[in-house]
Design a protein around this ligand. Structure first.
Ligand code: ADP
Ligand code: ZN
Length: 209
């Protein structure tokens, strides 16, 4: 099973990707998570990517492609994988298509999780992430929320502030949204209403795969 999750920031791609990954026992490849890890450890890749990630711009394609090559060629990926955060523009989608052709692979489904701009802004400004289990929760006013699973104090992602959120949304509509028609034309796109409840969204996605 090879699936791609599309949708604006805050659509719930990470949460849903995790559920699909568990169900099919395949890796969840999140370019955003990988970049944040590289930035945290101060690797060469992380240092090159930092400025882009913190300001909500797309990291140059060459850096992302390096990451993807590594992830999809590993033994864990032999039974398939879920791509979350990649491709994010037409150049990346074309690169993936060429690479897959060479490897005799093909994308089974592209899940487009649709959420409106207002909802995205409201979700992201109140989003907290557990530093231990990575679970995403809503922070209460005052920011003292704890992870419902492990009780750790939630942290905010550095790019979850209004200016950077606006920038990420612009980048999404200008560069990523055209991929919806790109994959619709290939007859592999599934549209999902991302404003339904988490479990309903999961159910609909799993039902479409
Ligand atoms: P979100 O979808 O919530 O904006 P992600 O965690 O997917 O967040 O990505 C965070 C940041 O990482 C992006 O704003 C961008 O700077 C960078 N990034 C992630 N994936 C890609 C990609 N495929 N191409 C370029 N930049 C990327
Ligand atoms: Zn936790």
């Amino acid at each position: 099973m090879i699936a791609i999750l599309l949708g604006p920031p805050g659509a719930g791609k990470g949460t849903q990707a995790q559920k699909i990954a568990e169900k099919f026992k395949i890796p969840h490849i999140s370019t955003g998570d990988i970049l944040r890890k590289e930035i945290k450890t101060g690797s060469q890749l992380g240092n090159k990517a930092r400025e882009y990630v913190e300001t909500g711009k797309l990291v140059p394609d060459e850096l992302i492609i390096e990451i993807i090559e590594l992830q999809i060629s590993g033994p864990e990926a032999s039974r398939g994988f879920i791509l979350d955060g990649f491709p994010r523009n037409l150049a990346q989608a074309r690169m993936l298509e060429n690479r897959f052709k060479a490897l005799s692979l093909s994308v089974d489904k592209v899940i487009n999780i649709d959420v409106g701009r207002q909802e995205v802004i409201s979700r992201l400004t109140s989003r907290g992430i557990c530093p231990d289990c990575r679970q995403v929760s809503t922070m209460e006013e005052g920011g003292q929320s704890k992870c419902p699973d492990c009780g750790q104090k939630l942290i905010k992602r550095k790019d979850d502030n209004v200016e950077v959120i606006e920038k990420r949304l612009d980048v999404y509509s200008q560069q990523t949204e055209p991929l919806i028609n790109y994959y619709r034309d290939r007859d592999i796109l599934v549209d999902i209403d991302g404003e339904a409840s988490l479990s309903e969204v999961t159910e609909r996605i799993l039902g479409s795969l």
